[in-house]
Design a protein around this ligand. Structure first.
Ligand code: F6P
Length: 465
């Protein structure tokens, strides 16, 4: 069996017992344990003089190989091109997208550096699986060194419509770099369509259908590769079991007690402008305005741990949300009830599982999101006998699979308020039916299914010959 080499900007905590390890980390680790291999990426540290060789930590058949970043690389590659250019652009936010040649050069430099550090660790039959927008040029850099390995890429964000992508000064370089892989995976059919439309109409490449669910052959920039959608998912059964246990923890009971019989709406997101948090706060405000019976009877818990805190747009959204939550609480709060509980901190998976279980409504309303695993986690954590209702943005990748949620347009504040009201008053039989339908999707496509599909597609490469 070929070894798997996973490359991602962040490498999951080496200490597996750490509760913060998310679904992706669990899935990638499971794949790596099966095949043996390397997990390669940034250590998370920024230092004055990074060591020239990666730090290697063997754990069983798997080796973690991590590199520190120099301050300048952190600024230009991570804060700069990755998070001030590609992130907003890929989330359709041209108005927030900064273009700078300096950051682009930093992005290419770090990708070349990372590739040169991984190359000596590779064995001839290894399969290289690269993750996310930070590392698009990684395969191109490995191929420049002369490596002929099977290389796959999975994008964890949306892929923008060509009309948006062409605003990027280096759009052709970025797509050419994607075509250096053998398999390019997206979350949704919508993302895949955007990519093949770019290939057809901008790159003047050709696209051949491989049949239902198999994606497309892409012939462009002198290469042939497969592009396909692989909707990422969660580790469904273990999470169902965790939530059933978490329902009885002391922390979950404390949350329940604090509600004194009131209903709870919950949102959990990184503090990011793509998550639609101001619009979500406004929708809750509108619920209290338009359906006053909820005043004093419904609370909204928004958990939003800060993220990318050095990037100006993230500083701005944090300020905006502080003002907005203060304003709504000031307008409606009573001496014994606060409408919005807004928390800038993170919780363990177990705590969140218990919080989801207690909540009547899961409110997941990004303006655009690759998949949004919180939506799937909320569903898996419900009590099947008395499940809560998922209110889900049509612009989350998850909406393509989770059609039995209440699907909303997050820009339409009043209609989200109406959906909240409908969710809060939904009869038990309807809640159970919707929950059953959603769980069938999560059981059919769990994280192992996602990983196996991708690795199988990659193992059949190259598609050139
Ligand atoms: O795709 C978005 C993503 O890279 C996720 O995989 C991850 O959870 C999140 O962003 C973390 O962001 P950062 O590494 O910038 O803190």
């Amino acid at each position: 069996m070929s070894r798997l080499v996973v490359v991602s900007n962040r490498v999951a905590p080496i200490d597996e017992g750490k509760q913060s390890a998310g679904g992706l980390a669990v899935a990638v680790l499971a794949a790596l344990k099966k095949t043996g291999g390397i997990w390669f990426g940034w250590s998370g540290d920024v230092v004055a003089a990074p060591p020239s060789a990666p730090s290697l930590t063997p754990v069983g058949r798997l080796t973690y190989a991590t590199l520190d970043l120099a301050k300048r690389d952190y600024e230009e590659y991570y804060n700069g091109y990755a998070n001030s250019t590609l992130w907003p652009l890929f989330h359709f936010r041209l108005g927030l997208t900064n273009f700078s040649r300096r950051n682009y050069a930093g992005y290419q430099r770090v990708n070349a550096l990372f590739a040169s550090k991984l190359a000596p660790l590779l064995e001839p039959d290894d399969m290289v699986w690269v993750h996310d927008y930070h590392l698009i040029p990684f395969a191109e850099q490995l191929r420049l060194i002369g490596l002929k390995h099977r290389m796959g890429f999975f994008l964890h964000t949306p892929f923008p419509a060509p009309e948006i992508l062409v605003a990027l000064p280096n759009h052709e370089d970025i797509v050419r770099a994607l075509c250096a892989y053998d398999v390019v995976g997206f979350h949704t059919l919508c993302d895949l369509r955007c990519f093949i439309n770019y290939i057809r109409f901008e790159a003047r490449g050709t696209v051949t259908d491989r049949g239902p669910g198999e994606g497309y052959y892409i012939h462009a920039f002198g290469r042939t590769l497969v592009a396909r959608s692989f909707p990422i998912s969660i580790d469904t059964e273990p999470l169902v079991a965790l939530a059933a246990q978490a329902a009885h923890t002391r922390q979950t009971q404390r949350l329940r007690d604090s509600l004194v019989g009131r209903d709870l709406i919950i949102g959990v997101d990184r503090l990011d402008y793509s998550k639609g948090l101001p619009q979500r706060f406004e929708s809750f405000h509108q619920l209290l305005e338009n359906y006053p019976a909820n005043r004093g009877h419904v609370s909204f818990l928004q958990i939003a741990p800060p993220s990318r805190a050095d990037v100006p747009e993230y500083i701005a959204i944090r300020k905006e949300l502080e003002t907005l939550s203060g304003h709504i609480n000031g307008r409606f709060a009573e001496f014994d009830w606060v409408p919005i509980r807004y928390l800038n901190k993170s919780f363990t998976r177990r705590s969140l599982a218990g919080f989801f279980r207690v909540s009547k409504v899961g409110l997941v309303t990004p303006l655009r999101d690759g998949m949004n695993l919180v939506a799937k986690e909320y569903v898996a954590c419900q009590d099947p006998e008395d499940p809560g209702v998922l209110v889900l943005s049509r612009f989350a990748g998850a909406a393509e699979e989770l059609g039995s949620a209440l699907i909303v347009n997050p820009y339409d504040i009043e209609s989200v308020a109406d959906a909240l009201q409908r969710a809060l008053s939904m009869p038990l039989a309807e809640r159970q039916q919707r929950h059953q339908d959603l769980m069938a999707v999560l059981r059919r496509n769990d994280i192992s299914h996602w990983r196996e599909n991708f690795v199988n597609a990659l193992s059949k490469a190259p598609y050139d010959s």
